[in-house]
Design a protein around this ligand. Sequence first.
Ligand code: SF4
Length: 179
Amino acid sequence: MAKPKIATDWMGACSGCHMSLLDMDERLVELLGKVELTSSPITDLKVPPESGVDVGVLEGAVNNTDNEHVAKRMRQRCKILVAIGDCAVFGGILGMRNFEPAYVALERAYEGADTTVDGKVPDSPEIMRPVVNRAVNEVVKVDVHVPGCPPRADVLYYVLSELAEGRIPKLDETKLTYD
Ligand code: SF4
């Protein structure tokens, strides 16, 4: 029987949730015996295949048009969509930008950062677009939410193992963390 296919991707994020995936250590090898990892930001192939996957995993919030494209593409190409981490589940720390107009964050990042000399906000339609940071489920339907910043490797292992067996993981209070 063909192994279930899994793809992962990230959006507005620090990549810590993918680092937590790697923290499964040797269990990653065991897991990869049960599933086919088709694409991921941490593999050579980055984009989920057009032919689709069984499970799509998204890290990060949706805070620009590219993130929105990534979220919709994964939703379109997977049967079960899993949001991992507080950024994906709730909007995370990136949601702080929602309290200020977009230009405040842009000025802080490009002009006012301690490491910036004579900086200016780049003239890009993508960057200049006012952004409202959103959790993934504000943009596309999410089937499994795994909060945590990041979710523990044990929890990610449990979630992916259950999905590999064709079951929807049950996340009780022993597995959930809210940071
Ligand atoms: Fe990073 Fe935490 Fe967001 Fe994951 S949930 S991307 S670890 S800030």
